[in-house]
Design a protein around this ligand. Structure first.
Ligand SMILES: [Ca+2]
Ligand SMILES: [Ca+2]
Length: 314
C-alpha cells in the first residue's frame, strides 16, 4: 500500500513539474554550421557591421546597406533576440530616411532595449556627423532624417563613436577638420536629440598635429572615457581622456608613446569609471597588439605590466 501511494505521489510530482516548465519559444539558432541566422539578405551589399548587446541576451546590429545602389549606402538596424529571432522588420529598419550616402554606423545599447546610432553623412558638400535613437520596437525616436550632431559646411566631420548616457540620450565623438588639422570633438544629446554642449561641440584635443579615430564608452556616470590617436612629427601615439556628464574634460592621459606608430584604439568600460584600451602597435617593426587599463582618475593601472598580446611577425 505504501509503495502504491509512493507511485501516485511520484506521478503527481511529475505532472506538477511538467506543468511548471515554462513555454520555450522555438529558437532560430541551428546546430548545422551550414545554416545560420540571416540578419539581412537584401539585394546589394551589406557591410560595416557594428553591434551592441540588447541587454537581454540578444544583439542589436547596424550596418551600411547598398540595397538602393552602391552610390547611395544607407544605415539599417536589426534586433536579434536571445533565441536568434529577428524582432524588427525583416532585413532591418532604416535608421535615417535622408537621401545621400550614409556610412560607417556605430551603435550602443539604449533605454529599454533600444539603441543609439551615429554615422558619417554625405547629404551636404562635406562629411557630417548624424545620430538617431531607436526604441525597443525599432522606431525612430528623433528626426526621421537624423539629428545633425556636427554638420558645418566646408568642414569634414567623420569617424564617429557613440555611447548611451543611461537616460535615453548619448554622447558622440568624431574627428573634425575645422582647425586645418584633425581634432577630436564630442557632443551630448538629450533624450529628445537636442544638442547639449553648444552648436559646435566640445574640443577634446586640438593640437597643430592630427588627432583622430576616437573610440568612446560610457563611464557609468553620464560621461565617457575615450581613446584616440595623436600624431607627432615622427610617429603616432595613443591618448585617453574622460569627459564628465557636464562636458568638462576631467583629464587626458598618454596611454602609449612607444617608438613607432600606435593606431586603431578600441576601448571597453572597466565598470568603475575607467576603461581598458587595446591598439595596434608597430614598435617592434611589425604589427603587435598591446593593451592598457586606465582608471577613472586617469592613472595607468598596468604601468609595470603593460601587456603584449601578440608579437607574431605578420
Ligand atoms: Ca589637430
Ligand atoms: Ca609611438
Amino acid at each position: 500500500m505504501e509503495g502504491f501511494d509512493m507511485r501516485i505521489l511520484a506521478s503527481l510530482m511529475l505532472v506538477s513539474l511538467v506543468l511548471l516548465v515554462p513555454q520555450v519559444s522555438k529558437s532560430a539558432w541551428s546546430n548545422d554550421p551550414g545554416t545560420n541566422v540571416s540578419v539581412c539578405d537584401a539585394t546589394g551589399s551589406q557591410r560595416e557591421v557594428r553591434t551592441c548587446s540588447d541587454g537581454a541576451g540578444g544583439m542589436i546590429v547596424v550596418w551600411e546597406d547598398e540595397r538602393n545602389g552602391a552610390s547611395n549606402p544607407l544605415i539599417y538596424a536589426q534586433h536579434i533576440d536571445v533565441n536568434g529571432n529577428y524582432r524588427w522588420t525583416r532585413n532591418g529598419v532604416r535608421v535615417c530616411t535622408a537621401s545621400g550616402a550614409q556610412e560607417f554606423p556605430e551603435v550602443d545599447t539604449s533605454l529599454g532595449g533600444g539603441a543609439v546610432v551615429s554615422w558619417t553623412d554625405h547629404r551636404g558638400a562635406s562629411k557630417a556627423v548624424y545620430a538617431q535613437r531607436l526604441n525597443s520596437e525599432g522606431q525612430r525616436m528623433w528626426a526621421h532624417s537624423g539629428v545633425a550632431v556636427a554638420a558645418s559646411p566646408g568642414i569634414d566631420q567623420a569617424a564617429t563613436s557613440i555611447a548611451d548616457n543611461g537616460l535615453g540620450g548619448a554622447i558622440v565623438a568624431w574627428q573634425d577638420t575645422r582647425s586645418g588639422t584633425l581634432d577630436v570633438y564630442v557632443q551630448k544629446l538629450d533624450s529628445l536629440g537636442n544638442l547639449q554642449w553648444g552648436v559646435s561641440g566640445t574640443a577634446v584635443m586640438t593640437s597643430g598635429f592630427h588627432e583622430y579615430g576616437p573610440e568612446i564608452v560610457s563611464d557609468g556616470a553620464g560621461g565617457i572615457v575615450l581613446a584616440w590617436v595623436s600624431m607627432t612629427p615622427t610617429d603616432s601615439n595613443i591618448i585617453s581622456g574622460r569627459i564628465l556628464s557636464n562636458g568638462t574634460l576631467d583629464w587626458t592621459r598618454q596611454v602609449c608613446t612607444a617608438s613607432g606608430n600606435q593606431n586603431s584604439p578600441k576601448i571597453i568600460p572597466d565598470g568603475s569609471g575607467g576603461g581598458i584600451i587595446a591598439w595596434k602597435d608597430e614598435r617592434n617593426g611589425n604589427d603587435d597588439i598591446y593593451i592598457q587599463h586606465i582608471e577613472d582618475d586617469g592613472s595607468r593601472l598596468w604601468d609595470r605590466i603593460m601587456l603584449i598580446l601578440s608579437t607574431k611577425a605578420f
